[in-house]
Design a protein around this ligand. Structure first.
Ligand SMILES: [Zn+2]
Length: 316
């Protein structure tokens, strides 16, 4: 008998709920806007109702419900002070959903869920030590060490995006300066584009784009056409990300690093300089041992698969 789990991906803009089988097929799916709910309690009722509707419609028994959400804490079952969600404070999501649905509920942040998704459905099958880096609106990460996702003593382990790479660097949304995220997230790359354009007189395709509308994907398009300044920006970004990966490798010694989302869609434009800089900064005992690869999760379903994978991973 095929096994099923519910995956729920809660984002600042949309919330998606999917019925996923053990092979990664999404059997049914629904989504709605996150923001219109004035109170977190109203939002939770909607999540529970939509989830129950999917279970009823498909008349399938599920193993449990996995939730990936910003600042979701695996241990406490709470979403705590998530800056990208419209509600302040603490949201008791696990308690609410497990009571309402009468099912096992596991929650964690979206990058950790992506790491487990990679292990169950993607390129990390059979790997015991790897690092997942999600390059999106922010920079997230999940560290799998000795076969288990590292949650740390408080459930928040693996915040590579908020490790400081320059104490005098750019202001970060977390209130500090110089976090990796301020350079390698989609908005970080846009900041780099603007500073390169203002500090250089070099001709560039990027100069034809309205600076207020410029996006990270414009950089890939320009670099693919051989735009020199765009290629320099990729190199600059890859150097900082490579530095962070080399530091992370020294801590947890992964065999693989997977990249997902945003900038990773640039493929070799990012990978080639990233591999060069990672090796450049790598401690000699780790040199030429760590593979850097793109995630094998399908882009449009990765968050749902990751959330559902929390349940399948737990049942192994
Ligand atoms: Zn930060």
């Amino acid at each position: 008998m095929r096994k099923y789990a519910i995956g729920i991906d809660i984002g600042g803009t949309n919330t998606c709920i999917g019925l996923i089988d053990e092979f990664g097929d999404c059997v049914a799916e629904t989504s709605f806007k996150t923001a219109p709910f004035a109170k977190a309690d109203d939002f939770l009722v909607k999540v529970a109702d939509e989830t129950q509707a999917i279970i009823n419609d498909n008349a399938i028994e599920i193993l449990g419900v996995g939730v990936g959400a910003p600042n979701a804490n695996y241990y406490s079952g709470l979403i705590e002070f998530a800056p990208n969600l419209p509600w302040d404070g603490i949201i008791k999501i696990r308690e609410f959903l497990s009571q309402k649905l009468d099912r096992k509920v596991i929650i964690t942040n979206d990058a950790n869920a992506a790491a487990i998704g990679e292990r169950i459905y993607g390129g990390a099958k059979g790997l015991n030590d790897f690092l997942m880096i999600t390059l999106g609106t922010g920079v997230g990460s999940g560290f799998v060490v000795n076969g288990a996702l590292a949650y740390g003593h408080d459930g928040f382990a693996g915040e590579l995006g908020h490790t400081i790479i320059d104490p005098d660097g750019r202001k970060c949304a977390c209130g500090r300066c110089g976090c990796l995220e301020t350079y390698c997230s989609a908005t970080g790359v846009v900041r780099t584009i603007k500073s390169f354009l203002s500090e250089s007189n070099e001709e560039s395709i990027l100069r034809n784009i309205d600076l207020n509308k410029i996006e990270a994907k414009d950089l890939s398009l320009a670099a693919k056409q051989g735009d020199k300044l765009s290629i320099e920006i990729f190199d600059y970004t890859a150097r900082l990300l490579g530095l962070s990966i080399a530091n992370a490798v020294a801590i947890s010694s992964p065999s693989h690093v997977f990249l997902f989302g945003g900038l990773s869609s640039a493929g070799e434009l990012l990978l080639t300089p990233l591999k060069k800089w990672t090796e450049h900064y790598m401690l000699n005992i780790f040199k030429n041992k760590v593979k850097i690869e793109l995630s094998q999760l399908p882009n449009n379903k990765a968050a749902l698969l990751g959330a559902a994978a929390l349940i399948f991973d737990d049942c192994k």
